[in-house]
Ligand binder design. Sequence first.
Ligand code: ARG
Length: 589
Amino acid sequence: MMTDLAAQLAGACLAAFEAEGLDARWGAVKRSDRPELADFQCNGCMGAAKQAGMNPRELAAKIAPHIADNVAVARVEVAGPGFLNIVVTDAALSAGAEHVRTDDKAGGQAAFAPEKIVVDYGGPNVAKPMHVGHLRAAVIGDTIVRLLRFMGDDVTGDVHLGDWGLQMGLLIIAVMDEQPDLPYFETDNTGPFPTAPPVTMDDLSRIYPSASRRSKEDEVYAKRAQQAVAEMQAGRAGYRALLKHFINVSVAALKVDYSFLDVAFDLWKGESDVDPLIAPMVADLKVRNLARLDDGAWIIDIARDEDKKDMPPFMLVNSRGATGYHATDLATIVDRVEQIGPDRILYVVDARQSFHFEQVFRASEKVGLIAQDRLEHLGFGTVNGPDGKPFKTREGGTLRLADLNTLALEEATKKIGEAKLSSDMSAEERGVIGKLVARAALRFADLQNQRTTNYVFDLDRFTSFEGKTGPYLLYAAVRIKAILRRAADNAHKAGAIVVASDEERRLVLALDGFALALRLARDKRMPHYLCEHVYGLAQAFSTFYAACPILKQEVEPGLRASRLGLCEAVLKQLETGLSILGITAPERM
Ligand code: ARG
């Protein structure tokens, strides 16, 4: 297997430090900060010399020849206080580019030790409309699934619907008040019940907010909702049948919103699916003395001696006999262990839920399900408005995902018009392209931020064809496709890549960074490393294309073939990277 140059040089460098009896970690290599001087650099000599009481420049002079031995290296120079500046050969770059062009993974590498991983993301709540926060869970989670899968992990993505909490009780009583004669509300009716749902998605979106508001002001109403959830959880047939309808109606609507963003799930399970596992789980924990009765509730103690903060117990069953967010999450781990047996479970959920996950993970470890260090909460920041506060619509409400998609499509269509793109296409083709641009805009705007930070929602900027945006990247890919199409029309073929000019070298060095970007993105569970990479690659292509003519008459055929080969390599890697980000470029635009 051919590794990237950065990794190959790091290998040589690590060995060089070891050969001098020093710690291998000093051999880390990165792309040079001064591309006009070198391609890569190693800064380890200063630290290593300090630790070993040596002179850093003398040490660098000893290390340099070891690195220079590597076939990929043209020369190594000691600079300043002891930097090692490394220049690679044109031949190594040419071979690297050729590899990207022919490799299935476009130069991306497989994971070092693939794992079986469950990713829990999306987490929309039945009936409650999804809001921009759920956009992040969906887009980041879907991207992590694509990334891990690309690198060879065995991944199962689960939407984990919120379909077991108080909102279900609110819906039940609200429907009861509107349509009291439905069979679901007859006390002793055990079914069968009608197969057609008694409500539409519009009904649910209308009913839920008003029921939720009322429950906050009207205590009797809130009690009725609690009672309804308790009965539903206890298995009342009519309520269970209603729950199924609510879920089916919601899931159909969710699938539409998610498909706009090209977000997919392997499993459409929800909290309610693990209900049958809860009673046996609680019974087992009682027998094993892991659960104890406290003021009428069944709890698990998860505090530890070394805790600095207060760690309240884990709530299995509350004093009203109901189970909530804690119990469903623990039972879901039981289910995943039994059904899938993962090495790890990743939860892509708002950072504000970190305490909840700390509790769930401790409980999982305590009861012997999965160790805490194999459960990861991948928290993300908030989507804010221009005022820096969580994003709200002009009317002051949270923006629903469906409306967000529509807004993004409108804005993308406007930008396509302004940029005078797609003007020769049919309305239908333009519609398809508008969707691809809107999706690229929303996904890239989210993913390019470091996952844990907040970002400001700005559709105008997200949909722009200029700057660090999804549409810019689509434009870059489409431009390369146009070059290759024109070449084919003129019977110009791509051929062996021979790197010569500075712009070509930098473009291939950019290609070389793909493997590292993927490794970082996977190791840190941070898609923005990949965003940085594809953006840098698109920019390097732009610089190359401005300086290196390809199709012009005067270009010598061998050079043209090489540059076309380079175009193919770049397009392949760009589209591979974009596909991991869930972004698809059209053929023309
Ligand atoms: N439904 C939850 C919410 O909207 C998110 C669920 C996250 N996943 C989990 N296993 N708890 O806040």
